[in-house]
Design a protein around this ligand. Structure first.
Ligand code: PMP
Length: 377
């Protein structure tokens, strides 16, 4: 007769804790250490169930609790009322570029797009597949170096909605407040979600791919006002209707269960670290180390973003030549600072310092920058 106890090989065997280095990657990006430790445990056995989080049914009580808590904590973080639905979808932020116009735009209607960078531009291009588009601001003229003032944005009162991207990951520019519109405002907040206080009520919809400030890639957070969602087209393929996902509590099909779980853990981490005010305060202090190094370098470091448009999340700069940029990156790598290479559209250096990135890493980079400028200036 055999007994039903687990074989000895099912003992937890966590990898030995190797050292970690400063990860300045633009995304997928650094996650909070506390969250990673919790993941290690819960991948093995979550909530004493004897089953790991990736192995649980998405319709069982353990996952019910995970997703319910994630929704509740998300509401708490940004004070999101019941007027809004919170959804966890798949397909990355890029799928949202198409799903938004698929739901809310038609050949007879038009939408306003504020083009402040590659991602905003991609969103606008997708919309053109479904209806008319008014480019309300064209930032390409200065290679997306600034966030437009209100008088640079030309909105149409008849627009079905206005779309903007709150933080331009590639260029390092960021809106400090939502643009004013009379039409429903939609925001791609993939690279600065929950990094500062946000007025949800100004928006009809906010969406964010998880892999920068919220968790692993493969899950997208959607915060959508119910009355706006109700305007979505009927007769769409099942998976492309927000209303369908809402009806099924983000479980129309098998969701990105592990990603949702990690996002939930990150929400708890945000709440226990001062919430959005706490994140914002820390992010200002962190970014200041690096912007000070740029500003005090006597022109050695040339920032891409205009001063009034600087992002707290992605800090972009270059030096006098590509050779110097390369030398900088090589030396930084030797000092265990990874992921600093700028995007091909801007070149140079990009330091991505999302919520989970430690102040010590910003300080270390600033010290290296000062030293490098002295030696090479
Ligand atoms: N929007 C922004 C602002 C981004 O930074 C990115 C990815 N870097 C995307 C959208 C696209 O996200 P995904 O790869 O999840 O489709």
């Amino acid at each position: 007769m055999t007994t039903a106890t687990a074989p000895k090989s099912l003992k937890p065997t966590f990898p030995s804790a190797g050292k970690r280095i400063f990860n300045f990657s633009a995304g997928p990006a650094i996650l909070p250490e506390e969250v990673l430790h919790q993941c290690q445990q819960d991948i093995w056995n979550i909530a004493g169930s004897g089953i790991g989080i990736m192995e649980h049914s998405h319709r069982g009580p353990v996952f019910d609790k995970v997703i319910d808590e994630a929704v509740a904590d998300c509401r708490k973080i940004a004070n999101i009322s019941d007027d809004y639905e919170i959804l966890f979808l798949q397909g990355g932020a890029t799928t949202q570029f198409a799903m938004i116009p698929m739901n809310f735009l038609s050949p007879e209607t038009s939408a306003d797009y504020i083009d402040t960078g590659v991602w905003a531009n991609k969103a606008m291009k997708e919309a053109k597949l479904f209806g008319k588009v008014n480019c309300a601001f064209d930032g390409s003229k200065d290679n997306y170096a600034h966030i437009p003032a209100a008088n640079e944005i030309t909105l149409k009162p008849e627009a079905a909605y206005t779309h903007y991207c709150s933080n331009n990951t590639i260029y390092g520019t960021e809106f400090t407040s939502a643009p004013k519109t009379s039409t429903p405002l939609l925001c791609d907040a993939s690279s600065d979600i929950f990094s500062r206080p946000i007025d949800i009520n100004k928006h009809a919809m906010i969406y964010a791919g998880a892999q920068k400030n919220l968790g692993p890639s493969g899950v997208v957070l959607i915060i959508i006002r119910k009355d706006f969602m109700a305007k979505g087209k009927q007769g769409l393929p099942t998976m492309f209707s927000y209303a369908n996902h809402a009806k099924e509590g983000s479980r129309l099909n098998t969701p990105a269960a592990f990603g949702i779980y990690v996002m939930g853990q990150v929400f708890k981490w945000i709440l226990s670290n001062g919430g959005l005010e706490g994140m914002f305060k820390k992010n200002i202090e962190k970014a200041k180390f690096i912007y000070d190094a740029i500003d005090n370098s006597g022109g050695f470091y040339k920032p891409h973003a205009r001063n009034d448009s600087r992002s707290l999340m992605n800090i972009t700069f270059r030096m006098a030549s590509e050779d110097l940029d390369k030398k900088f990156l090589k030396e930084a790598q030797a000092l265990e600072m990874d992921g600093l290479k700028g995007h091909r559209n801007t070149g140079g250096v990009r330091a991505s310092v999302y919520n989970a990135f430690p102040a010590a890493g910003c300080k270390a980079l600033a010290e290296f920058m000062n030293d490098f400028a002295k030696r090479n200036g």
